[in-house]
Design a protein around this ligand. Structure first.
Ligand SMILES: Nc1ncnc2c1ncn2[C@@H]1O[C@H](COP(=O)(O)OP(=O)(O)OP(=O)(O)O)[C@@H](O)[C@H]1O
Ligand SMILES: N[C@@H](CCO)C(=O)O
Length: 330
């Protein structure tokens, strides 16, 4: 569950007052998500119609100084027609507010509620739509004026691996320690330079995409967004979408559809196309390392479920295997 801060009805009404959204009808904690407290807010306007919003209270991991980048990006993309939630500004025009809570000072922001559901078992048609939505996002963000470095790039994978230590990684599984020892130095030595960069989502997993049928109705959770290699974002999305739920079996049908969807909107350069296998190994390393670190550092009685690092260690080995080099062929 992810509502870390309890808010009573009066607290909630007071928090929402500067937004002039109408009368508070309901505020329901949302169980999904691990980093923030989220509520679905329903309000009634004077004319009687209801409106829905998501209220997020930032609990861990997110630097307040980064909120203008994340929330400004939502407004930039929404203004260009991308299916992302607009941020709701308070009556003074602020994108976010800092409030006192029983757990100390917290930043909070309101965004538009978007319809749709996130998928457990996507179809090729849905993967194609996600690929196209990602490429559209890359194009729409091209003139976003702010920049943010990728805090989850290669240097961070190396730091996380060091924090876990070879023994820590081996305590999860010996194969994980072996995989990191073999592949992390190689990725560092071979990581591509000179590919086109821009704003990337960097975490476009199925739980961060809302869909109705084969239509993408929401791209959400932009809290890893940053400026980095555009094709790396496609590689992240590929690693997140193109394996079955067990993380074992590659799904060529989803892979082909996702890549086709992306290419239908943005043509990859020859260099990007050639780099995809390596970028996908990097993407798999990124999630293997963040999950391994969380695995070793999340107390057993924590509210959140730890995610399996091995699912991404296996994906890295899949992408590194020359027998699979045709996966990204044009
Ligand atoms: N704009 C939105 N419209 C509709 N539902 C939303 C919206 N934003 C968030 N949600 C819902 O809230 C849930 C949690 O949101 P989000 O993924 O942003 O939280 P988080 O704590 O940052 O998650 P994570 O575990 O990925 O770090 C989503 O799975 C989705 O169900
Ligand atoms: N989407 C990530 C969590 C955010 O880093 C994962 O599944 O590991």
């Amino acid at each position: 569950m992810a509502v870390y801060t309890h808010l009573g009805a009066e607290d909630m009404a007071a928090l929402l007052a500067p937004y002039h959204l109408g009368d508070l009808v309901s505020a329901k904690g949302i169980a999904e998500g691990v980093s923030n407290s989220n509520w679905l807010i329903e309000t009634a306007r004077p004319a009687g119609e209801t409106a829905r919003f998501i209220l997020t209270m930032y609990e861990f991991r997110i630097e307040i100084a980064d909120l203008p980048y994340f929330l400004g990006l939502l407004d930039h993309l929404a203004a260009k027609g991308c299916p992302v939630p607009r941020s709701i500004h308070d009556d003074a025009g602020n994108l976010y507010r800092v409030v006192d809570t029983a757990r100390g000072e917290r930043a909070l922001a309101l965004i538009e509620f978007l319809p749709g559901v996130s998928l457990g078992d996507p179809t090729p048609g849905q993967a194609r739509a996600v690929g196209a939505a990602l490429a559209t996002l890359h194009g729409a963000a091209a003139d976003y004026p702010a920049t943010r470095a990728n805090g989850m790039g290669l240097a961070e994978w190396q730091r996380l691996a060091q924090e876990c230590g070879a023994d820590g990684l081996a305590s999860i599984a010996p194969a994980l320690a072996e995989m990191v020892a073999e592949h992390l130095p190689r990725l560092a030595a071979q990581w591509p330079t000179g590919l086109q960069t821009g704003v990337i989502h960097a975490d476009l997993f199925p739980d961060n995409v809302l869909m109705q049928g084969e239509t993408v109705t929401g791209l959400i959770d932009f809290y890893f967004a940053c400026n980095d290699i555009l094709a790396y974002d496609l590689a992240v999305t590929h690693a997140a979408w193109c394996f079955d739920a067990s993380g074992e079996a590659f799904r060529p049908d989803l892979s082909a559809a996702l890549l086709q969807g992306y290419a239908s909107v943005r043509t990859l350069s020859t260099a990007e196309q050639a780099a995809l296998p390596l970028l996908a190994q990097g993407a798999a390393m990124r999630f293997a390392m963040s999950r391994a670190y969380d695995w070793l550092n999340t107390p057993a009685d924590a509210l959140v479920t730890r995610k399996d690092p091995l699912a991404f260690a296996r994906r890295l080995l899949f992408y590194a295997d020359p027998a699979n080099s045709g996966v990204f062929a044009a």
